[in-house]
Design a protein around this ligand. Structure first.
Ligand SMILES: Nc1ncnc2c1ncn2[C@@H]1O[C@H](COP(=O)(O)OP(=O)(O)OP(=O)(O)O)[C@@H](O)[C@H]1O
Ligand SMILES: [Mg+2]
Length: 393
């Protein structure tokens, strides 16, 4: 029997930092950047953009960053951080955005234990002022509100910085997860505003490191809409794992959780091929394997036996929802794409008058991936298999 101490694999939310696999280059850049800025008074940090499609590990990476600064590096640097997850409602106006970000700072900040008491008092004090500003601001008419700008992000963060610096903080990391809501739902000029604020904070001598995440497709529009915005950030892309990364995502959690199951290399390779190295599918598949297979080894033969169950489960949890995101016309296009011989195809291979628009919409829904030179592919080979099964029914 496998000695089980719980199932470390979980696909419905970000991975626990201790099980986080791969992404070495990005983690290294982050650590170096944070250390340089925190340890040298005159070094400004480099802001970071993390681009990656659905389920590829954007939020997991931010949580890993927090874990590094507040646990691994807690004796070397004093860093204050906040993870702010954007929602459409937060982007409706500059005031709502500013207040929501300040609110996140006051309620969800992270810090290493030794600093907690000292910083807690400062934050409470500031939060009272922010709340007062907000109340005054909502009592004004929209025109007056614009003129008086009670809720000024730069003012608030500059004050906060000088207080935190006095308490020994060397750097503040502000992570904004899912920045695309700003682009799709934000007030007009929202990215320009944010850029201006980030720049003002940097030139004002404060030490804020901004990290933003979003799907890859936003980069082009971000670049077009606010080119100076993209210049402010060092850009990283999260892609599917290579074979070694898949191997780490499979073996690391089992080793740390003390699970006694030897998975042969050919099985790891099979999982890599089936999932295409996508972390969400690897986690989902491994969770099921530990649930179904109660032995100390897993051979390729045994894996082949349970494989249909694994794939069927993935289809039920993910692909049905994906398929239902598409309108009826878009569904036809998807089925059409799945039947094409080649993985990568051009719009001319699709039978529809408005194919360009439909393909574009499916790419925005993250069901297709748009590649260079106007080519497309289905977002995952398993999704292709799922669509072909539908066609056959
Ligand atoms: N580096 C990693 N190591 C191990 N597992 C990972 C890693 N990154 C992501 N995962 C797995 O992939 C799943 C999706 O991760 P996460 O929620 O962080 O992605 P996301 O890009 O934020 O997704 P969304 O687009 O839904 O916001 C997680 O459940 C986790 O199991
Ligand atoms: Mg996420």
């Amino acid at each position: 029997m496998t000695k089980m101490t719980g199932n470390p694999f979980y696909a419905r939310g970000p991975v626990e930092p201790q099980y986080f696999a791969n992404r070495r280059e990005l983690l290294q850049f982050f650590v170096q950047n944070v250390e340089d800025a925190a340890q040298n008074k005159n070094t400004k940090p480099d802001n970071i953009t993390i681009l990656g499609n659905w389920g590829i590990g954007k939020t997991s990476t931010l949580l890993k960053f927090q874990d590094i600064i507040h646990n691994d590096k807690k004796d070397a640097i004093n860093v204050f951080s906040v993870l702010f997850s954007l929602k459409p409602s937060v982007c409706e106006s500059a005031d709502v955005f500013t207040y929501s970000l300040l609110d996140a700072i006051s309620k969800q900040y992270s810090i290493s234990i030794p600093l907690k008491d000292r910083i807690g008092a400062v934050i409470k004090e500031e939060a009272k002022i922010w709340e007062q500003w907000r109340l005054e601001s909502i009592s004004l008419s929209p025109e007056l509100r614009r003129k008086s700008r009670k809720l000024d992000l730069v003012d608030a963060l500059s004050r906060l910085w000088s207080k935190l610096e006095n308490k020994g903080i060397n750097l503040v990391v502000i992570m904004i997860d899912d920045i695309h809501y700003m682009l799709t739902e934000g007030w007009s000029g929202s990215l320009y505003d944010l850029r201006t604020d980030i720049q003002a904070l940097a030139t004002g001598g404060t030490k804020y490191l901004f990290i933003i995440t979003g799907p890859k497709f936003i980069y082009t529009s971000m670049h077009e809409m606010a080119e100076p915005f993209t210049r402010l950030f060092e850009r990283f892309e999260l892609n599917n794992f290579d074979l070694a990364g898949t191997g780490e995502a499979i073996t690391k959690p089992m080793r740390i959780a003390g699970i006694n199951l030897e998975i042969s290399d050919d099985v790891i390779e099979q999982i890599h091929n089936i999932t295409d190295g996508h972390p969400y599918f690897i986690a989902g598949m491994m969770r099921d394997i530990l649930r179904i297979h109660k032995k100390e080894t897993l051979t390729l033969y045994e894996f082949e036996q349970i494989k249909p169950r694994l794939i069927e489960h993935l289809a039920r949890t993910k692909f049905e929802d994906d398929y239902n995101k598409a309108t009826d016309t878009e569904k036809q296009i998807l089925l059409n794409c799945a039947q094409l011989k080649n993985k990568i195809f051009s719009p001319s291979e699709i039978e529809s008058k408005s194919r360009s628009k439909l393909l574009e919409r499916l790419a925005n829904k993250e069901l297709l991936v748009k590649l260079e030179r106007g080519k497309y592919k289905l977002y995952h080979p398993l999704f292709k298999e799922y669509l072909n099964n539908i066609s056959q029914k």
